[in-house]
Each structure stands twice: as structure tokens, then as C-alpha cells.
Write a protein that binds this ligand. Sequence first.
Ligand code: GLN
Length: 246
Amino acid sequence: MELTLAHLYPQHMNLYGDRGNVLALQYRAVHRGWGFHVVDVDLGDAVDWKTVDLIFMGGGEDTHQARIYEDFLRRGPELQALLDEGVPMLAVCGAYQLLGHHYRTADGAVLQGLGYLDITTEAGPSRAIGDVVCETTLPVTPMTLVGFENHGGRTFLGPEGTPLGTVRVGKGNNGTDGSEGAVKNHTLGTYLHGSLLPKNPQVTDLLLQWAANRQTGGPTPLPPLDSTREMAAHDVIVKRSKIRHV
Ligand code: GLN
């Protein structure tokens, strides 16, 4: 198995160790004997989307989101075609916001998004900062996801929006309706930095599984891999939040 990941805007969209998500995917692919290639995609870079099996984009400050969002919009048609085909994408925080309809910043600027996810984000009166523990509806064990959030935006799901999970600790999408993130097809949008995947190996493996299945055209065995250290990190956050494992 040889997988290629497109890392969108690594220079501009990379907060709180978001690059760790790429490293976690690479680690868990390589330790299964798979090849794993990372292609950095920056402003204006040409991309051979046919070769892409996985996509990652991290979070960013408002100024960085403002710098990349038009370039991101231009890539919309090609990117959405891939997402519709089932190419897995993980979009964290600022990237998650830009997969929705728009993000209105605290300054009142409206950054238009792709509209792939039925979500809308408006800056709130304060920042949501701290550990997050949520329960996801993704087909993973454990269902508990842990991470760290730091965002000013409040995100609300539209009628077509499906949350990634339910918040147990933290604010998640908006701090009011208990939802966290959004999922559509194999696209996961989330506020969880941390980074997310090193502490949630079950999600890393789900993304790899989806990518492998798509490449081979059917269910593909995912060789077992030890997750002791990853789950120890996961459990630290769960314990710190005084939440019992689901
Ligand atoms: N700038 C956005 C916000 O504050 C996203 C922040 C982030 O990616 N952590 O809501």
C-alpha cells in the first residue's frame, strides 16, 4: 500500500501542533509496512489531485485564514469532487470553519468557505479555550475523543449538518447545543487540536482504513498496531477531565 497525503497550507494553517496529525498518520502507515508520502500544498501550488488519497488542513489565526481562503475557494471544485468520491479529509478548527458556508471574524470580515459542510461560523464574545472530551458517532473504539480547543468562532450546524460528536467537557462547536465538529462522507471537521490524531489512534486508523479501502476498491486489512502510548496520552486528558471512559 502506498498512500499520498495532501497537507494544505502547512505554512499558514498549523496551530497547537496540528502537523502532529500528519506525523501520526505517517507513523501508523509506515509501521504497517505501507508507503506514505506527504505533499505540501501552499498558495498557488499546482496539485495532481488524482494521486491524493488523504487530505489534511490545520487551524489558523484569522489573519492566516484571510490570507489563504481565496486560494482555497479556487480549489473548491476539484477538492469537493475528491471528497464526494470518499477521499478522507481531516480539517481542524480554522480549516473546519472554511469547509462551511462562511466564517465571520470578530472584525466583521466575512471569509467565504467551500460550503461542503452545512455549517456557519460567527465570532463569539470570548474565546473557547481548554481540554475537550467528546463522544463520537464514528465507528471507532473507544468512542471518546480528546483534544484541545482555542477558537473565537461559534459554529452552528445547518439541517444537512451531522455532528462529529457530543461534548462532555469543553465548548465544541458553540458551547450551547453540545455538538462538536461535523462529518460528511469521509470528511471530518473538528475544533480539536492537541494534536488530535496522536492522542486518538482509533481515528488515525479509521482515516487510513478509508483511504486504503478506496485505493483497493474493497475492504482492506489494517494490520494491528500497538497503541499503548497513544492511549496513555488519551487517558491523561480523560482523567484530567474527570470523565470515565465510554
Ligand atoms: N481563527 C479561528 C477562530 O479563532 C480559528 C482558530 C483556530 O484554528 N484555532 O475561531
